[in-house]
Design a protein around this ligand. Structure first.
Ligand SMILES: *Cc1c(COP(=O)(O)O)cnc(C)c1O
Length: 457
């Protein structure tokens, strides 16, 4: 029965998913709705339509439709870099001398260097279809801004990116890639927006945060005719688009009758993890199969493991709706270390509900341990991983080492979300022994959580 498993399991173009899978349809406890901070009532489609594109609002609010067709234009764009390979990490297994079987789904095979392009093209497509002039967004580490710039240039849309100041300064090449694709890039907080000026007044010299940049991008979208705001993670619609990762992974595994025991992903706002696990979680929710699912977050920004499940603002300037999620508080500004794209204070509402229901686990890992894993991986598997992705590598290696102790032949699948070519300053700090492990104190987190908005539910 057992077929020989190739190093890379590729799907044919024709085997690429034709529909996204919406895990909310199979959730008994649905994720909590976004609330209007003024009224405390769920946001209506009309209210959301002022900020987001109409079709995306529909997807955001749809808790019931399990499969949503992927428009041909988006599928054709996907074909430029998908299906992405599922790789058997034979060399890593050998190096670790583990009986575990390790697979990773590699999403770094496109110029933006990460999985974010899967949702960027979808969001840009719906904006274009609505006849808009352009979109605004924030970017932290820069991957989302890069992906969105690529998608917008492909479709001929204007793209305004607010980039967290510390990244703007640390990653000039990211910025230039975005400008190459025609986007305008502004360091955040900036003096261009009301909310940016207010934040700068309150915190002069701040390095910025994703929460600040979101506030600025939303303000500009709402005030500019023909513009809407788009977000690269956290939202239900983004997890929906990213389900293409999980659907392909499942199809590739099924080709060889492989059943994973453990599925691992890094968690910033939850989009890659949510996308990877969605179809597997669907089976789990329907009682058809069981999997251990592990979210891995940085110890410097531990929303799941040390945050609180509560309604909170999605942004620092408090211009966005309230979302119920595991959060460290919207005023939480993580230390400017290198956790890059995992520095958001909150977490996807879908994943928050699944985690609260005990359907998945979470753990946090220290930055130097993450880079040690990244290096170990790069040296045998060749790929230079993004620091974000390396959180998942850390956990996969740790699980594989446990198998070595117990002799169990578990099958581990993890998401390798992207490449780290723009993160070489972080690698340099690690190699020079200058990388620090900033971990917030209980007092710091408590002080931030004390400022959560008072909302029922
Ligand atoms: C943005 C990013 C992440 C984290 O975002 P999620 O929404 O949690 O997936 C992880 N890896 C890479 C390479 C990223 O660019």
């Amino acid at each position: 029965m057992s077929k020989e498993i190739p190093y890379k399991i590729y799907l044919e173009e024709s085997e690429m998913p034709k529909e996204w899978y919406n895990v909310r349809a199979d959730m008994k406890n649905k994720p909590a709705p976004l609330l209007n901070p003024g009224t405390g009532k769920p946001m209506t489609a009309e209210e959301l339509g002022g900020v987001f594109c109409d079709e995306l609002v529909k997807q955001e609010l749809d808790n019931d439709t399990a499969y949503i067709p992927i428009p041909d234009e988006i599928r054709n764009f996907y074909k430029m870099y998908r299906p992405s390979p599922l790789v058997r990490a034979y060399c890593l297994e050998e190096k670790l001398q583990t009986p575990a079987k390790i697979y990773y789904k590699f999403e770094g095979n496109n110029t933006s260097g990460s999985h974010k392009l899967n949702s960027a093209i979808a969001q840009a497509y719906y904006a274009k279809k609505q006849g808009l002039k352009g979109v605004t967004t924030e970017t932290g580490a820069g991957q989302w801004g890069t992906a969105l710039s690529m998608a917008c240039s492909y479709l001929g849309l204007d793209c305004k990116v607010y980039m967290v100041k510390v990244s703007y300064e640390q990653k000039p090449f990211r910025r230039e890639v975005m400008r190459t694709y025609g986007a305008s890039v502004t360091p955040s907080p900036s003096m261009e927006t009301e909310v940016g000026r207010k934040i700068l007044e309150e915190f002069p010299g701040t390095n910025g945060s994703l929460g600040c940049a979101i506030s600025e991008a939303v303000e500009v979208a709402v005030k500019s005719e023909g513009y809407r705001y788009v977000l690269g993670s956290v939202l239900n619609q983004v997890l929906l688009h990213q389900s293409v990762i999980g659907l392909e992974t499942m199809a590739a595994l099924k080709k060889y009758d492989i059943k994973p025991d453990i599925i691992i992903g890094c968690a910033g706002g939850g989009s890659n993890l949510g996308g990877l696990i969605s179809p597997f979680m669907g089976e789990k929710l329907r009682g058809e199969a069981d999997y251990r699912i592990i979210a891995v977050e940085p110890a410097s920004c531990p929303s799941f493991t040390r945050g609180k499940y509560a309604y909170d603002f999605c942004d620092t300037g408090k211009v966005c709706p309230l979302a119920k999620m595991y959060t460290l508080g919207s005023g939480f500004i993580p230390a400017p270390n290198h956790a890059g794209g995992l520095r958001y204070h909150g977490m996807s509402s879908i994943l928050s509900q699944l985690y609260d229901d005990g359907l998945m686990e979470a753990r946090s890992v220290r930055q130097t341990d993450v880079f040690a894993a990244a290096e170990e991986f790069a040296r045998v598997e060749g790929i230079l991983p993004a620091p974000e992705s390396s959180h998942a590598i850390r956990a996969a290696i740790d699980e594989a080492l446990k198998c070595k102790e117990t002799g169990e032949e578990k099958t581990i699948v993890f998401g390798l979300t992207g490449t780290g070519y723009f993160d070489m300053y972080a690698y340099e700090a690690f190699h020079d022994g200058k990388m620090t492990n900033y971990i917030p104190s209980d007092e710091e987190i408590a002080a931030s959580l004390a400022k959560l908005p008072k909302v029922e539910g």
